[in-house]
Structure formats: structure tokens, C-alpha cells
Design a protein around this ligand. Structure first.
Ligand code: SAH
Ligand code: ZN
Ligand code: ZN
Ligand code: ZN
Ligand code: ZN
Length: 441
């Protein structure tokens, strides 16, 4: 249908699809709710990936409920996490020549299973190093709407890890950051004095082949659903408990396909979990967090987390056609770190073109000029922005002030304003299917 959707959020008693409790949505028009509310899958934006749908006020028959339960059961992965852990133990005992990984099924194979996969492509001689870097072995999921995996470039991943270490954190709750998790895990196994630990929460169950239940939880960050039930929840809770003064930080790099409110609601629940672990309640402090997301979501994110501020650091990706750091100088990545830590503590590398602004008390891109009128370093994208006296703020260098629209915008624009904002980025002028923030590759 037409018209943007509004998320009404996780609802108590919501029905479940294979991805856990569904979320409640409603169609809107001119910012007003219109029509019947309905439940849809929390994880999949594309009906092709999960076609779960139910009207909020729909009466579902016992027969359909039973069929749905069976469907949900049948759509769980073929092996449980426990089984995968046992399989891994057997796999590492095999001589190199017998270690195969099926590329079609994305699965480590035991010799008795070779037969079944005989006409599949496979990799052989899987080394320990390969097992320690599953994000290199597994192909990145590429479904744009549902589960696009954009893996950190080594440089950005190193930067993040070193920053966390310098800030004194010893535990990282890695929510949708498998590459950061694996960097931590492999350093921990290689360096004796490396004390950082990580717990990966991710919806990509393929990772359960490589990590124990203490290292990976199958988790949906759009509805805060632990697929492993209470035991997995408890693993997470234990991990958040700061024993021996080992400080915890949460790092997350969610898919950009919208639903900021759903993410925020889950992150608040993770924060609450952290808070509950400490009897003193952490003196009203929030769990430290890095939320990695494009800069054009800044206002949406701040709506939910006023304590966060956006850093200028540009996060680069490996398998990202547009945002990767090229050989001939860098392409500009729109992805930033949002954090509730004091900005002045986030030291950005001078050799990559960042400098400290003493007025703003934070590191900024070298092109980000301090505006005397705004009294801040206003650029969001690293380029020098210009101040518009009519808008009373700094704007992109390519924008000009349109007297018709009464604001700064692109030279080429349609003055007949569309006042309904895009569902994804909240900006006017396009629908979510055409949202520029979604065209990442
Ligand atoms: N840059 C990160 C990867 C970010 S890609 C890194 O290199 O480590 C987004 C990640 O979120 C992927 O790992 C993907 O599997 C995960 N993800 C996508 N949808 C999710 C969901 N609903 N719940 C939990 N994790 C999800
Ligand atoms: Zn679903
Ligand atoms: Zn400044
Ligand atoms: Zn200004
Ligand atoms: Zn203006």
C-alpha cells in the first residue's frame, strides 16, 4: 500500500513470527494514524523474508495458532547452538585435510556429512586462523532491507578497539558487531596479557558455529528477543555485571533500514539490564555506549537518547562500495559514533585529519570550522559548512536559501513542499522506498 508507516512499538502480548514477537504498526497520512493497526515482523522489512502479518484486532483461530507455532518451530536453524558448539569441538580435532566448510550451506562440515554436500562448493583445509575470523569465512549477508552486513574496515575496527582499551573498558557487549567481537576474541587467544572480553549479540545464527554460549547470543535487536530464552538472557546479564571493577561498554552497529525507535527501545532494555546488575544502581549513570550510525539520523537518535553526542570520526567499511577508504584518498563515509561518554575523552587520530577544538572540547574533522555565530563546529560531513543568517544555522556548502521554502536547501528542489517526512530518515521530499540513506551499495 501507500503512505508511510508508524511504529507503535513492541506491544505486550504481541504474536510471534520466527523472529520473535512482532511489532505493532499503523499506516499514517499527514502525520495522522490512519486505518487499522497491524503486527508485522520486527526483523524483516521485506515481506519476501518474513511475511508475518496480523491485524491488531484480528481473531486468530486455534487451528491457525497451532499452524503458526509449528511454522515458527520449523523455521528455526537446523542445529541448536549447543549442537553447534559440540560440532565445533569435533571439528577442531580433525586434521587440516578433513576440515571443510560448505559455502552453500555456510556450515562447517564433519566428515560423515560430506556426502550430503557433495555437489556443493566448499573450502578445505580450514585453519585455526580462519576459524578465528568467521566474518571472513562467512559471506556477508546482502539483503539490503533485512540484513545487510557491512563489515568494519580493519583500520576502523582497530581504532575502535584501541579507543575502548584506552578508555579503560575490559568488557564489550558487541551488538551486531561480529568483526569487533572477533578481533577481541582472537587477540585474547593470542596475547596472554590481553584482558578484554566480548559477548556478541547478533541475529546471524551462523556465528553460533564458532562461539560458545558464553561468547554469542542469538539476539534480535529490534524487539530485544533472545532466541535462547532465559539462559541466554542470563548469560547477557552476567556479562554486564561489572566484577572486579571491569567496566562494560556496549558497541552497536545496527542495519540502517530505519526503525530507530525499535532499536532505541531495545538498547534501553539492555541498559536497564546493566543497571539492575549493580545494587547501588550505578548512581544514576547510563551504561556507556557507542551507537554507530549515519549522521543524518542524529536528530532521531537524540530524540531517544539525549545523552548521546555525535563524534566526527568516519567509520569505514570493507564491503561497502561507497564508504570505503580508497587508495587515492578517502571517500567520505556518513557513518559516525554516537556516545554518552564525555566527548573530550574520544581522541581521534590526527594523522587521519582530526583536530581538537578547544571551544567545543571535542575532536573534529580538520575541515570542520568552528562557527563563531553558532559557537560550535557545525559540519556533519567533514566539509566546511556555511552559516545562513536567515536560517540562523550552518548548512551544507552546496545549499542556498530559498525564500519560497523559507529554508536552505539544494539549488534544484521542488518548492511545493511535501510535509510528510520519510519513514526512514524523517526528512521531507521522498518516500522511504526512495530514501537516500538506504542506498548504501
Ligand atoms: N560493522 C559491523 C557489522 C555491522 S552490519 C562489524 O563489522 O562487526 C549489521 C550487523 O547487525 C550484522 O552483523 C547483522 O547480522 C546484525 N543484525 C541485523 N539485523 C539484526 C537484528 N534484527 N538483530 C540483531 N542483529 C542484527
Ligand atoms: Zn519475521
Ligand atoms: Zn568548535
Ligand atoms: Zn553557524
Ligand atoms: Zn537559509
Amino acid at each position: 500500500g501507500s503512505g508511510p508507516l508508524a511504529l507503535l512499538g513492541p506491544a505486550p502480548g504481541a504474536p510471534s513470527c520466527p523472529h520473535g514477537p512482532a511489532l505493532l504498526f499503523v499506516k499514517t497520512s499527514q502525520g495522522k494514524e490512519e486505518g487499522r493497526r497491524f503486527y508485522a515482523c520486527s526483523a524483516c522489512r521485506d515481506r519476501k523474508d518474513c511475511n508475518f502479518f496480523q491485524w491488531e484486532d484480528e481473531k486468530v483461530s486455534e487451528i491457525r495458532l497451532a499452524a503458526r507455532e509449528e511454522y515458527n518451530r520449523n523455521h528455526q536453524p537446523p542445529f541448536t547452538h549447543r549442537q553447534n558448539v559440540d560440532r565445533y569441538k569435533n571439528f577442531v580435532l580433525l586434521p587440516l585435510s578433513k576440515r571443510r566448510f560448505c559455502q552453500e550451506c555456510q556450515q562447517l562440515l564433519l566428515p560423515e556429512e560430506w556426502e550430503k554436500h557433495s555437489d556443493h562448493q566448499f573450502l578445505c583445509d580450514i585453519t585455526t586462523v580462519q576459524l578465528e575470523s568467521p566474518s571472513q569465512l562467512l559471506y556477508p549477508l546482502e539483503n539490503k532491507k533485512t540484513n545487510a552486513q557491512y563489515l568494519f574496515a580493519d583500520r576502523s575496527c582497530q581504532f575502535l578497539l584501541n579507543l575502548l582499551i584506552d578508555l579503560g573498558f575490559r568488557r564489550v557487549l558487541s551488538v551486531g558487531t561480529p568483526r569487533l567481537h572477533e578481533m577481541i576474541q582472537s587477540r585474547a587467544s593470542q596475547e596472554e596479557e590481553f584482558r578484554v572480553r566480548s559477548l556478541l549479540l547478533d541475529i546471524d545464527f551462523r556465528y553460533s558455529q564458532f562461539y560458545t554460549e558464553d561468547e554469542f547470543c542469538h539476539y534480535n535487536m529490534f524487539n530485544h528477543h533472545f532466541f535462547g530464552g532465559e539462559a541466554a538472557r542470563e548469560t547477557c546479564r552476567k556479562f554486564l555485571y561489572e566484577e572486579n571493577g571491569e567496566r562494560v561498554i556496549m558497541v552497536t552497529d545496527p542495519p540502517f533500514g530505519g526503525l530507530v525507535e525499535a532499536l532505541a527501545s531495545s538498547f534501553k532494555k539492555l541498559m536497564a539490564m546493566w543497571k539492575e546488575t549493580e545494587k547501588e544502581g550505578h548512581d544514576n549513570k547510563e551504561m556507556p555506549m557507542f551507537w554507530i550510525f549515519p549522521y543524518f539520523f542524529e536528530s532521531r537518535i537524540l530524540d531517544f537518547f539525549p545523552s548521546l553526542s555525535m563524534m566526527d570520526y568516519q567509520v569505514d567499511y570493507d564491503n561497502h562500495a561507497l564508504y570505503k577508504h580508497g587508495k587515492t584518498g578517502r571517500r567520505q563515509s556518513p557513518v559516525r559514533i554516537f556516545t554518552n561518554l564525555t566527548p573530550s575523552m574520544i581522541v581521534l587520530p590526527e594523522e587521519e585529519g582530526y583536530r581538537f577544538c578547544t571551544v567545543c572540547q571535542r575532536y573534529v574533522s580538520s575541515g570542520n570550522q568552528h562557527c563563531e555565530i553558532c559557537n560550535s563546529c557545525t559540519s556533519k560531513d567533514g566539509r566546511r559548512w556555511k552559516h545562513c543568517v536567515l536560517c540562523k544555522k550552518c548548512v551544507k556548502p552546496s545549499w542556498f536559501h530559498c525564500n519560497n521554502c523559507n529554508c536552505c536547501t539544494l539549488q534544484k528542489h521542488n518548492c511545493e513542499k511535501t510535509d510528510v517526512g520519510c519513514f526512514v530518515c524523517g526528512k521531507a521530499g521522498h518516500k522511504r522506498s526512495a530514501c537516500p540513506s538506504l542506498s548504501r551499495s
